[in-house]
Ligand binder design. Structure first.
Ligand SMILES: Cc1cc2nc3c(=O)[nH]c(=O)nc-3n(C[C@H](O)[C@H](O)[C@H](O)COP(=O)(O)O)c2cc1C
Length: 365
């Protein structure tokens, strides 16, 4: 049994590139699980746009910049980052590797990144936090009736911020899962959805996500719950200036500009395309994370140049996890950081703050 597991879930790493890690993940995951990861909603226009949006920008080389040892350090809501990377909250992590989010968080901690720990993960907030307390500092929650209860529980566990997913009151129209009749074992999503201590059961939340027509919060309901969070909270799934302003008006401390990796509204605009407008609307001081489509260090660079303070890795982290558990995620974080550092040298940016719109240009039409 062990031997079989070892060969199915590799733990050795000699990956040269992020593409190799992606291919290794694709080779190891069962086809319908791979579709669950790779897939988007509808015609998958947004899924494709999220990647293409990065290809429309170019980074300007700066010869003789004198920058030899750039710093990739920053912070997010007072939490230090050695590299501007956070791993995304993704549910069902044990479907990708039995070590799941505890392994993701350990890898993040070793690289000085942060991990956003999902409510619908395979492991509890407590387990993931215990595995890597310097990375597992943000807990994600879906805005259903129990959000304030979750906030109190994760605060007791030592979490410092809550990430509220605004863009998933029901699951998107995920065509690949529908074609596959994808029906994963719900236990993989039940790390926190235990039905105990005020937490809903996994069947209840799955019902809400899948049935379309249940209870969906509005801003005033979120405002009322957020007043009782007792933790700073991050609004995840903001794609318009209007939504950004609404979230900030009811007390959000930071934003994740995101279209959920193309898994919700399709066709929605690429996150990167909406980022400059949102940054302009909220001003320079509000911390902004960007996700949806980050696959390389150049993607990280472009997101920072267009207004993000750091980026969130969904599929890139999942590929690392599936390919080789903790060490796979570690290698993903290393390769992204090293490419970013290389580009900072070549473009003459000594700090992340120096990566701004003057260092990039649109591709020729
Ligand atoms: C398999 C999978 C599961 C996800 N589960 C969640 C979730 O439970 N909660 C959430 O807020 N976002 C979830 N997301 C969205 C990610 O947090 C993130 O927004 C998205 O993956 C970013 O896009 P990228 O994959 O292109 O990096 C999930 C994404 C994937 C791929």
């Amino acid at each position: 049994m062990t031997a079989q597991l070892d060969s199915f879930y590799p733990t050795r790493v000699d990956f040269g590139t992020l593409d190799e890690i992606h291919r290794a993940a694709a080779a190891v995951l069962p086809a319908e699980v791979l579709d669950f990861v790779e897939g988007g909603a509808g015609k998958e226009i947004t899924l494709r746009e999220n990647l293409l949006a990065f290809d429309r920008w170019r980074i300007l080389p700066t010869p003789m910049s004198g920058v030899g040892t750039p710093s990739t350090r920053t912070e997010f809501l007072g939490m230090p980052l050695q590299t501007p990377l956070l791993t995304a909250p993704f549910g069902g992590d044990a479907l990708f590797h039995p070590d799941g989010h505890p392994a993701v968080a350990r890898a993040a901690q070793a690289r000085g990144a942060l991990s956003v720990v999902p409510e619908a993960g395979s492991f509890s907030y407590q387990r993931v936090r215990a595995a890597a307390p310097r990375a597992a500092r943000i807990a994600q929650v879906h805005p259903f009736g129990h959000a304030a209860t979750v906030a109190a529980r994760v605060a007791r566990l030592g979490y410092e911020a809550l990430c509220v997913t605004l863009d998933c009151p029901v699951g998107g129209f995920r065509t690949r899962n529908m074609a596959n009749r994808f029906d994963p074992d719900q236990r993989h999503f039940a790390g926190n959805l235990t039905g105990e201590d005020g937490a809903p059961g996994v069947a209840e939340v799955f019902g809400q996500l899948l049935k379309r027509g249940g209870m969906v919060w509005d801003w005033s309901e979120l405002a009322a719950a957020a007043a009782g969070f007792g933790l700073p909270w991050i609004a995840k799934g903001v794609l318009t200036p209007a939504a950004a302003e609404r979230a900030l008006a009811i007390g959000a401390s930071a934003l994740v500009v995101s279209n959920h990796g193309g898994r919700q509204v399709d066709p929605a605009p690429a996150s990167l395309d909406m980022l400059p407008r949102i940054r302009a609307a909220v001003g320079p001081e509000i911390p902004i994370l960007l996700d949806s489509g980050i696959r390389t260090g150049s993607d990280v660079y472009l997101a920072l140049a267009l207004g993000a303070d750091a980026v969130v890795l969904g599929r890139a982290a999942i590929y690392g996890l599936a390919a080789a558990g903790e060490s796979g995620v570690d290698r993903v974080l290393e390769l992204l950081t090293e490419e970013l550092r290389t580009l900072m040298i070549l473009s003459g940016a000594a700090t992340l703050a120096e990566i701004d719109a003057t260092r990039i240009t649109r591709a020729a039409a």
